[in-house]
Design a protein. Structure first.
Length: 252
């Protein structure tokens, strides 16, 4: 893996070039003809970002063998978390907010996987408490596969207060809980909503559960009683995507 912070993959890199070009120091593209790569080169040229073409094997080495799809952005600095003040602006720019709230998820690899799923699902932000929860460590950034630079990650001092703020802003709070009787597939997620998932082992804390508008479950038919939090987050996010009819066409 490169010692310099990077983002990779067609969608994360495209989003950076469109939204935050100032965070990209240089764009590395695979030496092959592909419309999606040509699009990235054009976006980079429009903002004065240098583009280098490299053999695919060289890109593989830079990102530790992860799936880069022929595109790596060298970043000017490592991704950083936002604070509570950023949320109001995020909500103001979102027509129909979709948020992911993580209640004391402590494994940085789970956080990274959640960020990656949030990026793929088009979520507007991932929210977590500052204490007793994973932050944007190198392990989280690596697992996020570039999404740590494209999905706003907001760390808050008081999660309960933030949940009350979201509720007051018209966001419906859905808590994922294995004991809930309402299946997520039969729950209306088409409006502005936040999906709340608890930490490894303990699930949602008592006060977090109480602040939810509704608790929902992922139906399980096998012997396993629960899913890893990052897997559960992906299931919930993409159920919201399915209901909203927002599944994007695959890239060219």
């Amino acid at each position: 893996m490169s010692a310099r912070p990077i983002a990779y993959g067609l969608h994360p890199v495209r989003t950076l070039l469109q939204r935050e070009p100032g965070t990209v120091a240089r764009l590395l593209l695979a030496e092959r003809e592909r419309p999606a790569l040509a699009e990235l080169a054009t976006l980079a040229a429009q903002t004065g970002i240098a583009v280098d073409q490299r053999p695919a094997a060289a890109l593989d080495r830079l990102c530790g063998g992860a799936t880069h799809q022929g595109a790596i952005a060298l970043l000017t600095a490592a991704p950083t978390a936002l604070d509570e003040n950023a949320l109001e602006g995020i909500l103001a720019q979102a027509t129909r907010p979709l948020l992911l709230v993580l209640d004391e998820v402590q494994d940085p690899r789970n956080l990274g996987a959640c960020l990656r799923s949030a990026d793929a699902a088009g979520a507007h932000a991932v929210i977590a408490p500052r204490r007793n929860a994973a932050g944007l460590t190198p392990a989280a950034i690596k697992t996020a596969a570039g999404a740590a630079s494209t999905v706003p990650f907001v760390q808050v001092g008081n999660l309960a207060r933030m949940l009350r703020f979201l509720h007051g802003a018209g966001i419906t709070l859905f808590g994922a809980d294995a004991s809930a009787t309402a299946p997520i597939y039969q729950t209306d997620l088409t409006g502005p909503c936040a999906l709340l998932l608890g930490g490894e082992g303990q699930g949602l804390r008592r006060l977090t559960r109480e602040l939810c508008d509704q608790l929902v479950s992922i139906p399980m038919t096998g012997a396993v009683g629960s899913l890893n939090v990052s897997v559960a987050a992906a299931v919930c996010l993409f159920e919201a995507v399915r209901q909203r009819g927002a599944c994007p066409a695959p890239p060219a």
